[in-house]
Write a new protein. Structure first.
Length: 115
């Protein structure tokens, strides 16, 4: 996708603070962190969101989550806890239309603002 910032990061066209490259996935530090540790993980293949997922994407998304656990361990947050979050659509706050998971941790996280 030509105008997707995450595709540009995945291809190396746009610089990012990469913390892990899983061949089909890439993880980098968020430029506007919401926690002491805030890492974003994406599939290198463009996939808009979980809603756009097909049966053919299951292995890739499973690998993305598996790699997220590895990245959390490498970031040192597994002992104290962390969150893995994805937003789907505008009402949920999805700003980049490329599937991504946020790994948040490194400090006590407050409650989610869920009604």
């Amino acid at each position: 996708m030509d105008d997707c910032i995450f595709c540009a990061i995945a291809s190396g066209e746009t610089k990012a603070d990469i913390v892990f490259d899983g061949r089909d996935t890439v993880f980098f530090r968020d430029i506007h962190p919401k926690a002491k540790v805030h890492i974003v993980g994406i599939p290198k293949q463009h996939l808009t969101s979980l809603d756009a997922m097909t049966a053919a994407d299951q292995a890739l998304v499973g690998k993305l989550l598996h790699d997220a656990a590895h990245v959390a361990e490498e970031a040192g947050v597994t002992a104290t806890g962390y969150r893995v979050i994805t937003n789907v659509g505008g009402d949920a706050g999805q700003e980049v239309q490329h599937l991504h998971f946020h790994i948040l941790g490194g400090e006590r996280l407050g409650p989610l603002n869920v009604r």
